[in-house]
Design a protein around this ligand. Structure first.
Ligand SMILES: Cc1cc2nc3c(=O)[nH]c(=O)nc-3n(C[C@H](O)[C@H](O)[C@H](O)COP(=O)(O)O)c2cc1C
Length: 429
């Protein structure tokens, strides 16, 4: 049932946009990130462009240094409820941490959203690395990566069986390392049987989890070669687990900065970066690489020895997924730190494409055809304007090239992604 006839395009809604200076644009209202109309407006634009889904990150705590990474203010599933009511076909993907939630509660929340939206929901599974989040949930210290992923494996299996209990009526009896649940969900099964699963986190344990259980992976890839390597790896994990590898879609983040001409796009990018000091970018880069700021010289490449994996993988405080994507770029091209920061849009580990609508379409086509991506989680530089430009200018090009749908054909997110509906429905699909 899995297929790959066109690209999947979600919009990853990072408040007023991913560019650090997005809030300075005339058409962006700086307080939009706490205004429901802002989110609904973005969703309607995405639906106008027949995008696959509206995707929200979470952030259950302040960062240790909020100056280097702005904090998400609002809880995703609540916003998705409002977006569901304002849209008809758009998929709804919400991030929630397996380290800081309760499985029954999460299963109930996402099943409810899935039922009420007509089967349009996916849960983005993350383990979260921010140590400040841990103290909000009563942990004295942040559980290390191995423990977080053991908990995530158990959490996902348990949530999945709770969702299955809504279809089968068979109660769950689970006694595991982290959780003990005996019971069943009361929420009736949705039109797609149960929510789809996305996973974000690129360490070996993260990729294992994705290959075995997820229908989509939100990855961070900066170079085509690394993208192809990681794509194949996750598909191999899926194959080894006895799954159809087409059922796990690889969806890297893609930051878009679009102009009518290439020059215009570059000017927009430079304008958005002008408000951000190099100190901001370098601090973020140092955190991602887990090296002292003093070890980074703006005019020299990152020293080779600092690119090796952190000695203590279990306790390295960042995301190995983001770190690996930056390391792949730094190794392949040996840019100076200054050039690297320019490519990283102020420190994010996602790829930036700066150019005309044709150039943005070219890069999407290149990665899709090369087998580095099944689609992308689009991260417009500023919202909503960056998304509106994408929908109005890039989507028609992708359609002409046969890479994107003209209208919605499926009602549920699983069907749109081309993955099986669970249980009875799988046989009839
Ligand atoms: C593309 C991407 C998006 C992520 N989004 C979130 C998020 O919204 N909330 C969160 O708590 N963590 C998020 N994470 C971080 C994961 O929780 C983190 O990567 C996790 O701790 C596992 O780390 P790993 O990358 O070393 O596997 C994201 C990670 C990646 C790679």
């Amino acid at each position: 049932m899995s297929r790959r006839d066109h690209a999947i395009l979600n919009v990853n809604v990072l408040d007023v946009g991913v560019a650090p200076g997005a809030w300075t644009l005339d058409d962006v209202h700086a307080r939009s990130f706490v205004d429901l109309d802002h989110f609904v407006d973005i969703a309607r634009i995405a639906e106008r462009g027949t995008l696959d889904a509206f995707f929200l990150a979470d952030g259950p705590g302040f960062w240790e240094n909020p100056r280097v990474k702005p904090t998400r203010a609002l809880e995703p599933s609540v916003i998705l409820g409002a977006v569901a009511a304002a849209t008809e076909s758009l998929g709804l993907i919400g991030t929630a941490s397996t380290t800081f939630n309760d499985p029954y509660d999460l299963a109930e929340r996402f099943a409810t959203l899935d039922l009420l939206s007509g089967g349009r929901v996916a849960w983005n599974v993350v383990t979260t690395y921010s140590p400040t989040a841990s103290t909000n949930f009563g942990f004295e210290t942040m559980p290390d990566r191995d423990e977080r992923y053991r908990r995530a494996e158990e959490f996902v299996a348990l949530v999945t069986s709770l969702w299955e209990s809504t279809r089968t009526g068979v109660p769950v009896a689970h006694h595991g390392e982290f959780f003990r649940v005996e019971g069943a969900l009361r929420v009736p099964a949705s039109a797609q049987g149960q929510p789809a699963l996305i996973q974000a986190g690129g360490s070996p344990a993260g990729r294992e989890l994705a290959g075995r259980s997820a229908h989509g992976v939100f990855s961070a890839e900066l170079t085509l070669d690394a993208g192809i390597r990681h794509y194949r790896h996750v598909k191999d994990v899926a194959r080894t687990a006895g799954r159809d590898p087409g059922e796990v879609k690889i969806l890297p983040g893609l930051i878009t900065v679009i102009g009518a001409t290439e020059r215009e796009a570059i000017e927009r990018y430079d304008r958005l970066r002008a408000h951000v000091s190099e100190g901001f970018g370098i601090e973020r880069l140092a955190i991602t690489l887990d090296v002292p700021v003093s070890a980074l010289d703006l005019d020299a490449p990152v020293p080779e020895t600092l690119l090796d994996a952190p000695a203590d993988q279990a306790n390295y405080g960042g995301s190995i997924g983001f770190r690996e994507s930056v390391v792949a770029l730094a190794r392949e091209r040996r840019p100076s730190v200054r050039q690297l920061l320019r490519e990283l849009s102020g420190g994010s580990g996602h790829r930036v494409v700066i150019g005309t609508p044709e150039q943005v379409a070219d890069t999407i086509e290149e990665w899709f055809r090369a087998g580095a991506a099944d689609g992308f989680n689009l991260m417009p530089d500023a919202l909503p304007s960056g998304l509106a430009t994408f929908v109005d200018e890039v989507v028609p090009i992708l359609r002409r090239r046969g890479l994107f749908r003209h209208e919605y054909e499926e009602t549920t997110l699983r069907e749109r992604f081309g993955v099986a509906l669970p249980g009875d429905r799988a046989q009839s699909a």
